[in-house]
Design a binder for this molecule. Structure first.
Ligand SMILES: [Zn+2]
Length: 204
């Protein structure tokens, strides 16, 4: 078995092939390992598993970076569970270099948001406009969405164009931003209002 994996180096902003120096955990599910970026020598802590390739050789999977800076930002629990799963899967695809799938999963999450907040069966383009009209998203988010749509990064079918790493990152950033705005921010604001509405001081 080769003792190497592929992992993102945040300092070099590139995926590097690196030797695993030391690992712990269950290699068949999730093993945690320490490696070094071959170019900048940055220490990298990652998560990977072992699989068997077509020649029946055991290999390490591509790794998800955990430190420094987890490749996946935490997704707020205010976001509905199905959409949260799509966004997490999109982040996983990104860290494994499957960019088109990452964009498709974000599109799926955005559709869920649109169907819930703008109208069932509404397409992404029309839905985003509806969200703006209803005041559910602000002008800035809408402009951001339109820019991504024009670059065909959201709302396009996966086969229509090649999705680059940068495209996938842009779409994930936007998807997290819109979900945070629609769900997390409004939930926090509602809680704040509820707290303010509560009577203070002694009754009577
Ligand atoms: Zn590096």
């Amino acid at each position: 078995m080769t003792n190497s994996t592929v992992i993102d180096c945040p300092q070099c902003s590139v995926r590097v092939k690196t030797d695993i120096k030391y690992w712990v955990g269950n290699a068949e599910s999730d093993a945690y390992f320490l490696a070094e970026c071959p170019s900048c020598k940055q220490a990298l802590l990652g998560k990977a598993f072992v699989y068997q390739d077509e020649q029946m050789n055991y290999e390490w999977s591509n790794a998800e970076r955990i430190w420094p800076v987890p490749a996946n930002t935490e997704i707020s629990s205010s976001i509905p569970v199905a959409a949260r799963r799509d966004i997490k899967d999109a982040q996983k695809c990104l860290s494994h270099g499957i960019y088109s799938a990452a964009a498709v999963l974000c599109g799926k999450a955005l559709e869920r948001l649109i169907h819930e907040k703008a109208g069932a069966n509404m397409m992404i383009g029309k839905g985003l406009a509806e969200l703006k009209t209803k005041g559910i998203i602000d002008e800035r988010l809408f402009t951001w969405a339109e820019a991504l749509r024009k670059e065909r990064n959201i709302g396009a079918h996966a086969s229509e164009q090649e999705t680059t790493r940068e495209n996938a990152e842009d779409v994930i950033d936007f998807t997290i931003a819109i979900f945070d705005y629609v769900y997390t921010l409004s939930e926090k604001y509602d809680k704040y209002l509820a707290r303010k509405a509560m009577p203070h001081g002694l009754p009577g």
